[in-house]
Design a protein around this ligand. Structure first.
Ligand code: 1HN
Length: 317
């Protein structure tokens, strides 16, 4: 056996060779539990919207390719809302255009207020409250607003994945708009009325609807979306999932009890219509509808397809 002094001398010889011992870091690299950096966090719309509206006044169209406030997890840096998911709130004023571009990252949009349009690869789709509209990877897209009021939506992208695989890049289209034709029904547009119908058709106090594309697959190769209905005065059963979620409340009033993977205090995140919150991987979660009379509707964007593609989806049981 070497003495401590000998081991110390030996360890000093490693860094100049760009070597490090695994044995002193093994439990960090292979922890006993999933170890997201993100923490549970709530962005109340009543707090975010005034800042976004201000950006709508002081940040002109030509100074922001996209006028977005990013929802940055308190334990992380932009673009992380969770370890794998980026979310932001975007505002387009009447008459403005968010110019055409395309990129490797995939985007979902959940429309919060107002009415606008997004043109995805030539399909000019309406953006109406509650709709989920998908911009698949590498499709031309621009946004606009032909109404009299600002349109606001939640953007959800797989951007944090590109902090590891640095292969996201974008191309601008030369002109503000990519040529498009108005379309109501599209494989990329999921109107709220269809979602609510599917949720209300399910019996029981907790209904889950998984958004699917025309091939029956999740909406992106990296990200998926689900909507949930929680009956008046009821709570969901506790889940603990390796997926992380960005949740958005479409309607209702309630709270989510979120215990982080690392344990510790359980956070109570109060939500109402238009609020958005982050649920990191492996959190224990219960959603509670605190209204005795109204249904609550949540939409959860998650990284399930990414985890599944890599064979990483595990549960402890
Ligand atoms: C993007 O292209 C949009 O097209 C929104 O509306 C948010 C965040 C980061 C990178 C690209 C959009 C984005 C984005």
């Amino acid at each position: 056996m070497a003495t401590d002094a000998e081991t110390g001398e030996y360890l000093k010889t490693l860094p100049p060779k760009h070597l490090e011992p695994l044995w002193s870091q093994m439990s960090l690299l292979v922890p006993a539990l999933p170890k997201p950096v993100a923490e549970p966090h709530m962005w109340e719309y009543s707090e975010v919207f005034p800042s976004l509206a201000k950006a709508g006044e002081i940040v002109p169209e030509d100074k922001a390719e996209r006028r977005v406030l990013m929802l940055v997890n308190p334990s992380m840096k932009a673009p992380c809302t969770t370890d794998t998911i980026y979310a932001g709130l975007q505002l387009v004023n009447p008459g403005e255009t968010a110019p055409a571009h395309r990129h490797v990252a995939s985007a979902f949009r959940f429309i919060i207020d107002g009415e606008g349009f997004t043109a995805v690869e030539g399909q000019k789709l309406p953006l109406r409250r509650g709709d989920v509209v998908v911009t698949p990877a590498w499709r031309w897209h621009d946004h606009g607003n032909e109404s009299e009021r600002p349109v606001v939506w939640l953007d959800v992208l797989d951007l944090p994945l590109f902090t590891y695989a640095r292969v996201n890049f974008a191309e601008g289209y030369g002109e503000k708009r990519y040529p498009s034709q108005p379309v109501e029904a599209s494989e990329w547009r999921h109107p709220w009325s269809d979602t609510q119908k599917a949720l209300d058709a399910q019996t029981g106090d907790h209904a889950v609807y998984h958004y699917r594309d025309v091939a029956g697959e999740p909406l992106a190769r990296t990200l998926g979306a689900q909507a949930e209905r929680i009956g008046p005065g009821t709570a969901t059963t506790a889940t603990q999932d390796i997926r992380s979620f960005v949740y958005h409340c479409y309607a209702g009033q309630g709270f989510s009890m979120v215990e982080a993977a690392s344990g510790g205090e359980t956070l109570r995140l109060e939500w109402t219509s238009r609020d958005t919150f982050a649920v990191p991987a492996w959190s224990k979660v219960v959603h509670v509808n605190s209204s005795e009379t109204e249904q609550a509707y949540l939409v959860g964007m998650h990284d399930g397809p990414f985890l599944d593609a890599l064979g990483l989806r595990q549960s402890k049981t």
